[in-house]
Ligand binder design. Structure first.
Ligand code: NI
Length: 391
């Protein structure tokens, strides 16, 4: 089965779908029309569809004619709260303030393209291919809902891909090891005591304590962390106080942490708590810390799976298509699936300077080189076939 030739035959279908999704973006958790359109397309190709009462997104199941294992291919489907800059494009967003500015419209269209060409060759498929259209990737760890519903039970491998504006069109990156960081959130509430601003000795200044906590937290990165370990701690929010001449009784800090090391990550909440409490206490204040574990680091831990995807990429995109790329400090909730089934994640270049397509992800001018979309569909399909054939 020549997945590339078949995908190129479906090029118009795939690009039309991408443009429809681009014109009708929906925010995470609200992808109702998107899900309906996906389900219709899958059913139209004779693929069984599972939808959910309480969440958006859906799963297509294609049983091959021959017995075998199960592979899952994943696309995320949500858009962002961004107003698209150029509203004159024929496929510009029709939902004000909402835009597919990360390329999830492309993932959805590529995966529907893969589903169509695999469904037409069901007789040649050994095992089962599942197509997971996931809601709300931008929100954090919403992927967990599909794991909690048991959707990954019996899945022998799960493959995800992101279209990538930093890589030239038609190149592909899939490296072993950590590829994206964890993304967790900490909140620290600092309690002091109010007094008149002219009599600070009668109060306990929560704002001063908060400032000390911010400074002390940075020393976790420079003094407590092993310099060989990548660790980011950013305090992005600092709120406190009520008036210019009142010593603040309360202050709040909210921030994010990033790392690639799963074991180190588990120690971060305690490091933050200890540091914040001690720094606040020096000013007579107390600190309450809460820590939310967001997406875990995304680690391509299964070399044999990665090799299948790399071979598929060379076959579809050409012998020189594989390119190196620095790992990213951004996060991706695909990592949640990787704890439930062996998984791997790659990035497909969509940047084309000659066509003026260079905007970064999450910008209001984001666009992609649509010529890569059928190739992305072929990559999905080829990985599925090669994985199932090898098992
Ligand atoms: Ni994205």
């Amino acid at each position: 089965m020549d997945t590339k030739a078949l995908a190129l035959q479906e090029k118009d279908y795939i690009i039309d779908l991408r443009r429809w999704f681009h014109a009708h973006p929906e925010l995470g958790g609200h992808e109702k029309e998107t899900t309906r359109r996906i389900a219709d397309a899958l059913r139209g190709d004779g693929i069984e569809v599972t939808t959910f009462d309480d969440i958006t997104g859906c799963i297509g199941t294609l049983r091959g004619a021959l017995p075998g294992s199960t592979v899952m291919l994943r696309a995320d489907i949500d858009a962002l709260p961004i107003q698209e800059a150029d509203t004159t494009k024929p496929y510009a967003s029709q939902n004000p303030g909402v835009m597919h500015a990360c390329g999830h419209d492309c993932h959805t269209a590529m995966l529907l393209g893969a589903a169509r060409l695999l469904a037409a060759h069901r007789d040649e498929i050994r095992g089962t291919v599942k197509f997971l259209f996931q809601m709300a990737e931008e929100i954090g760890t919403e992927s967990r809902h599909y794991v909690e519903k048991g959707c990954l039970e019996g899945v022998d491998a799960i493959y995800g891909m992101h279209i990538w504006s930093l890589l030239p069109s038609g190149t592909f990156n899939l490296e072993d090891g950590p590829r994206m960081a964890s993304s967790d959130r900490f909140t620290i509430r600092i309690h002091g005591k109010a007094s008149h601003g002219s009599a600070p000795h009668q109060g306990r200044d929560a704002i001063l304590a908060a400032a000390a906590v911010v400074m002390a937290l940075q020393s976790l990165v420079s003094r407590v962390n092993d310099p060989q370990n990548t660790f980011v701690l950013t305090t992005g929010v600092m709120n406190g106080g009520t008036r210019d001449n009142i010593v603040a009784a309360e202050a709040e800090l909210v921030g994010t942490t990033r790392t690639f090391d799963k074991a180190f990550r588990k120690t971060i909440p305690e490091l933050i708590r200890r540091t914040a409490e001690a720094a606040a206490e020096a000013y007579g204040c107390t600190a309450d810390c809460t820590y939310f574990f967001g997406p875990a680091p995304l680690i391509n831990a299964h070399r044999e799976l990665n090799d299948i995807a790399r071979r598929a990429a060379k076959e579809i995109l050409g012998p020189d298509a594989l390119v190196p790329m620095e790992r990213q400090m951004g996060a991706e909730d695909f990592s949640v699936y990787m704890d439930a089934a062996p998984g791997l994640y790659g990035q497909l270049g969509c940047r084309n300077e000659a066509k003026g397509i260079t905007s970064p992800h999450h910008s209001d001018t984001f666009d992609v080189d649509e010529d890569v979309l059928p190739l992305g569909a072929a990559l999905y399909a080829q990985f599925a076939l090669d994985f199932l054939d090898q098992k």
